[in-house]
Ligand binder design. Structure first.
Ligand code: NAI
Ligand code: MG
Length: 482
């Protein structure tokens, strides 16, 4: 029975040198749908031998064919890729939902438009990467050129599989680099569909290589390969530290987009309904599986009761369930391991004395069988030293804390090893900007949260990483100055 099922599954090979090939080892692994636990594809499993082949292909392209393609032609190829993704966006959104368990409304209205928009944005950039002329003395001058870095090893997580692939591939190609991308082992499927479109566009051989595989094998091989000039990783702080130190050994350029425990500060003058929307976006969207989430919600003590009341009233009816249904707002947790991590944090929150005022449990009734669902959860009466307030949970779990003045809020907001993002809710414009200036975070929002337009540089400070993605900044990190 099992075997028959396996044989009828879609199969994906590795994408090396713009061709489809089996892994050298012949190994494959199975991709599953988080909402049902069902197998959705059989995928070739890359390891160091395959990484070596892909890097060699990427290097050959970088030094050969790709270097002869003009910037505007690079832009045209990326535009064509954007168009193809847009043409296939219905199927890709459905597949992303099966791949990552994302509610179909998210895949359709957020992930796919973001993926297309990213390709378009950087397509436009390809022909606008310029150096400078710097005047010296006696009529002399010096000039700079912005060159591509070379072969880029790109490692991405499972929470936004297609959009993260686009965030990595688009600026790298726009700037004239070649890439070897490793999708997350939990969610390889949409990246391989993207590879089909890359092939259809007609990129020269070797420019894009996509190798599904695991972190310890394919990922680690990419990080240490001497033919890779830059490593860009989005993932956990622990993996980031490991990969960055390996990359440092080879003097590779790095961009690290890691986790967070970001603060969201709600002042007494904030529009509370808007602040509740922000807190929901910052904690429950994508089942809370977002690096920039504002999981420490600091609310001024004078409005805390009103905020919590509105928050519960509006979060109680969030529609949890089958991500394929259009009404679903919160889907499953991506894997059993991730689900167990989230549940263990919820238990820790309760054991350490936080008050669970919403959710705080798994849900199976009315859910697709085999899926891993956690109810949107709110803890109040939290203190700064609690485990749920200090550690990244990566699930739909919010901690509410109270404060009494601005200085105190800023000090406590900054009291974390992370620094990815932060949010400030206030009607006082001066205060909004004043507080943002003092927050230790790479990305700050005022009166909104988790909006990541492609025009906006994105990235962290402290243990949340180094470098920036998106915006003009991404081009800077995918080029070097001569
Ligand atoms: P992870 O950081 O281990 O995995 C992310 C990517 O890195 C995957 O493609 C993985 O295969 C690769 N990787 C893992 N170990 C590697 C190694 N030694 N060398 C090279 N590549 C390696 O994240 P994981 O295990 O999926 O999730 C654990 C926690 O990480 C989550 O609970 C969450 O807290 C955090 N996380 C943060 C993300 C973010 O967006 N910043 C995304 C995913 C997870
Ligand atoms: Mg890991």
């Amino acid at each position: 029975m099992g075997e028959t099922r396996r044989e009828s599954l879609p199969r994906y090979q590795l994408f090396i040198d713009v061709k489809w090939v089996d892994a050298e080892s012949g190994k494959t692994f199975t991709a599953t749908n988080p909402a049902t636990g069902e197998s959705i594809a059989e995928v070739a499993e890359a390891d160091s031998a395959d990484v070596a082949k892909a890097v060699a292909a990427a290097r050959k392209a970088f030094e050969g064919k790709w270097s002869e393609v003009s910037p505007s032609e690079r832009g045209r190829l990326l535009f064509k890729l954007a168009q193809l993704i847009e043409e296939h966006s219905g199927e890709l959104a459905a597949l992303e939902t099966a791949n990552a368990g994302k509610p179909i409304r998210e895949s359709t209205f957020a992930d796919l438009p973001l993926t297309v928009g990213t390709m378009e944005y950087f397509a436009g950039f390809a022909s606008k990467i310029e150096g400078e002329t710097i005047p010296l003395f006696n009529g002399m001058f010096t000039y700079t050129m912005r060159e591509p870095v070379g072969v880029c090893g790109q490692i991405i997580p499972w929470n936004f599989p297609l959009a993260m692939a686009a965030w990595k591939i688009a600026p790298a190609l726009a700037a004239g680099n070649t890439v070897v991308l490793k999708p997350a082992e939990q969610t390889p499927v949409t990246a391989m569909e993207l590879a089909k479109l890359v092939q259809e566009v007609g990129f020269p051989d070797g420019v894009v290589n996509i190798l599904p595989g695991f972190g310890d094998t394919a990922g680690a091989a990419l990080a240490r390969h001497p033919g890779v000039d830059k490593i860009s990783l989005t993932g956990s702080a622990a993996t980031g530290a490991k990969v960055a130190s390996v990359a440092a050994g080879g003097m590779k350029a790095v961009t690290m987009e890691l986790g967070g425990k970001s603060p969201m500060i709600v002042f007494e003058d904030a529009d509370l309904d808007n602040a509740v929307s922000g807190a929901q976006m910052a904690n429950f969207y994508s089942s809370g599986q977002i690096c920039s989430n504002g999981t420490r919600v600091f609310v001024h003590e004078s409005v805390a009761d009103a905020f919590i009341e509105k928050l519960i009233a509006r979060s109680r009816d969030l529609v949890l369930g089958d991500p394929e249904k259009p009404e679903t707002q919160v889907g499953p947790i991506v894997t059993k391991a991730q689900y167990e991590q989230v549940m263990s944090y919820i238990e820790k929150g309760k054991a350490e004395g936080a008050k669970c005022v919403l959710g705080g449990h798994a849900v199976s009734e009315g859910m697709p069988e085999g899926g891993l669902f956690v109810a949107p959860t709110v803890f109040t009466d939290c203190t700064d030293d609690m485990t749920i307030v200090r550690e990244e949970i990566f699930g739909p779990v919010m901690s509410v804390l109270t404060f009494s003045d601005e200085d105190e809020a800023i000090k406590r907001a900054n009291d974390t090893e992370y620094g990815l993002a932060a949010g400030v809710f206030t009607k006082d414009l001066s205060r909004g900007h004043r507080v943002v200036a003092r927050l230790e975070a790479g990305t700050c929002w005022i009166n909104t949260y988790n909006i990541t337009p492609i025009e906006m540089p994105f990235g962290g400070v402290k243990k949340s990483g180094v470098g920036r993605e998106n915006g003009r900044a991404a081009i800077e990190y995918y080029t070097r100055i001569k």
